[in-house]
Each structure stands twice: as C-alpha cells, then as structure tokens.
Write a protein that binds this ligand. Structure first.
Ligand code: NAD
Length: 361
C-alpha cells in the first residue's frame, strides 16, 4: 500500500499507527492540517474489512475535518482516529485508555472526540490518560449531547437556503421533509415547528415516529416515499450517500439542507446534477458544523449559549458560499471547499509572518 503517495493522502502532516498487543489495540491517528489550530476529530471504532480500508477512511475523514473547522471559522485543524475492531466485542476500558495514551503522546497536536462506535463513556475513559479529549459527559465536566446545537445550525442553514431560493427567511407554511428523527432530526422538527413550518418525517423506528408526530403534528411518510414528498426542503438527517443515482431524480423541492454527513454519493457528479436541476444544496459539512462548534466551546470552557450563538453564524457562512457558487458558476460543494482553502491559506501566511518575527498586533 503506498503511504506518502496514497490516493487519499492530501499532504497529511502526520499519520500514527498505534499498537498495544496486551490490550488488543490497533488504531490509526491521522493529522491532516494544523494551520488553524490543533487537529480535532472523532475516534471511530469499526470492524474494517481490511487495514487498507481503515487507512483510506482515516485519511479521508481527517481531511474533511480540516475543511469543516475552516468553514466554521474555528481555530482548529483536521484530524481523525480509527480503532480497528468490533466495538461490541473488542472494546474495553483498558483498550480505550491505551488509545488515550497514544493521543497524549502527540502533546495536543490531536484532540479526540466521540464518533460512530465510541461513546461519551469512552471519552471519559480516555480522559483518564490525556487532557486532549472532548465531548465528555456533563457529569465529567463536558458539554454533553451536541445534537441540539447541530440541529440549531441546520435550522439556520435552512433559513439561509430559503433566503437564497425564495428571497425570504420566513419558514411559516414551508414544507420540510426530514429523513431520520434521531438526535438531530427531532430537534430540527421542534425548531421548524416553532416557526410554523410543516414537517414530513420518516424513520425506521416506528415508535419514535409516532411519538414525534403526536408531539409536533408532523406527517409520517414511509422511508422510501420521503424522496417523493412535494416539500420545499429535503433534510437528510440519517445516513450518508442518500443523494444518489436512484434518488436524485425523485427530489421535488428546490433545496437539500440537512444534518447528515456525506449526503452526496459522489460529491462532484451529484453536486453538478443538483445544480443543473436548480436544486440548492447546502454543503453537509458546513450546515452540520454545530456539533464541532459545540465541542470547541467545551474546549474553551464556554457555555452552551455561546455554542448556540456561534452555530447561528452558519447562516452567513452559507449565504457567502451560495453567492460564491452563483457568481463563479460552480457547485456549492466546490464553493465551500474554496472558502475553507482560502481561510487556511490566508492564516497560513499569517503564521509564516509570525515566524519571521513580525509583530501582527
Ligand atoms: P441518530 O442515530 O440519533 O439518528 C439517526 C436516525 O435515523 C435514527 O432515528 C435512525 O432510526 C434513523 N434511520 C436510520 N436509517 C434510516 C433510514 N433508512 N431511513 C430513515 N431513517 C433512518 O444520529 P444523529 O446523531 O441524529 O445523527 C444523524 C446524522 O447527522 C448522521 O449522519 C450524523 O453523522 C450526522 N451528524 C450528527 C451530529 C450530532 O451532533 N449528533 C453532528 C454532525 C453530523
């Protein structure tokens, strides 16, 4: 397997292979870029089919974190970690703490957090070995569940998309189809309902569907029919790759804006098809940055209210991305990447200025 020339290696600064046979730990930490600050990104615990898959995943995800933090205006770089194994069978306190020791050995260049396969309780174990962990339980001094902040950012992103498409942020009477009403989706239903929007919901969890429908008056649709709802906004809040060759032609409304990660099966191709069909896409890593904004607030010991206020800036960020895409005739996904790269590049120049001994302030 190529290392420095790996297809997913976009000038990653550091990739660390972590191994402790006594506790069965095999993990990889990838630090993509620390121009803006320490590399922050979750720790995924997953039973990869091969080591090559794990390497590809950690390289790709860590780069994504660089862009997410840059667009959100945070002073954070991008990193990610993967632990190889089945979390249900292989996870132990000792293994998580051994991973925490490796994180600590990086001296703060990488800060870890929760991701799929790891929990708030695991972060508490890691915190026994290192300070460079966030997303701790509220009982351990952490910020707790980030979902209300993520959904708040998505809500403001939907307002920005409506402003772009309809010339107004007004949500009264707007129809929003929400795929997945888990932690993020159900908060989104609440925020939208409070503003008078009409919500259509789907989920594989029937009980949850009925409860949310009763509480907020949402209309329930089947998991497949969600793509056909004649709504103003389609909000994916469950899995990735839901905008694909099978679904893209079925979307009726002019906006795709939701909290799920990696919504486009193929960023370049499906981004272009959405643009050609005059469907405005709010890039996922921009609109769902509320979770990252929340842990950043935790790191800075700021209260939840500050995280919520900061998540509201997603409105302006998206407006400027939409404008860039319109003016340059590029997809919103490409425009978001440009905004991130431009910030990293300008702050990078600032850093070399400082290294040269020039006083900035
Ligand atoms: P969650 O697991 O709480 O909710 C996901 C929901 O989707 C569940 O209710 C699940 O039953 C439902 N679901 C699964 N498969 C489905 C299907 N085929 N059709 C319809 N519904 C289905 O997860 P979450 O924390 O709400 O996160 C949702 C998405 O947002 C994920 O992609 C996650 O990566 C992303 N995200 C979450 C946060 C956060 O703060 N929680 C932050 C950024 C991004």
């Amino acid at each position: 397997m190529p290392v420095f020339s790996h297809a997913e290696n976009f000038n990653h600064e550091q990739v660390v292979y972590c191994r402790n046979d006594d506790v069965g730990l095999r993990a990889i930490i990838a630090i993509h870029d620390t121009t803006l600050g320490p590399a922050l990104g979750g720790c995924r615990f997953y039973d990869y089919a091969s080591e090559a898959d794990a390497v590809r995943d950690v390289l790709r995800l860590s780069r994504g974190m660089t862009y997410k933090a840059a667009c959100a205006g945070l002073n954070l770089g991008g990193g990610k970690a993967v632990i190889l194994g089945d979390p249900k069978k292989d996870k132990t306190e000792a293994l998580m703490r051994a991973f925490g020791m490796f994180v600590d050995s990086l001296g703060g260049r990488y800060i870890t957090a929760e991701d799929s396969g790891t929990s708030v309780a695991d972060m508490d174990y890691i915190s026994a070995e290192t300070d460079h962990v966030c997303g701790l339980s509220a009982a351990s001094g952490g910020s707790g569940d980030p979902s209300p902040v993520t959904a708040w950012g998505v809500f403001h992103g939907i307002r920005a998309a409506c402003d772009e498409v309809f010339g107004s942020t007004e949500l009264e009477g707007k129809k929003v189809a929400i795929q997945g009403i888990g932690n993020v989706g159900r908060w989104l239903v609440k925020y939208l309902t409070d503003e008078g929007a009409q919500t259509f919901i789907t989920d594989i969890d029937e009980q949850r569907l009925q409860a949310i429908s009763t509480e907020f008056g949402s209309e329930v649709v089947s998991t497949d029919a969600i793509y056909d709802v004649d709504a103003d906004v389609f909000a994916p809040c469950a899995m990735g790759a839901v905008i694909n060759d099978d679904t893209i032609g079925r979307l009726k409304g002019p906006i795709v804006a939701g909290g799920a990660n990696n919504q486009l099966d193929n960023m370049a191709r499906h981004g272009a098809i959405l643009r050609d069909r005059k469907i405005l896409y709010a890039p996922d890593y921009v609109i769902n940055a509320g979770g990252l904004i929340n842990v950043y607030a935790e790191l800075n010991k700021s209260p939840r209210e500050k995280a919520l206020r900061d998540a509201e800036h997603i409105f302006e960020t998206l407006k400027s991305i939409f404008a860039t895409a319109r003016e340059r005739n590029i997809t919103t996904a490409v425009a978001a990447n440009l905004v991130a790269e431009s910030r990293i590049s300008s702050i990078g120049k600032l850093a070399s200025f400082q290294k040269a001994g020039t006083r900035i302030r």
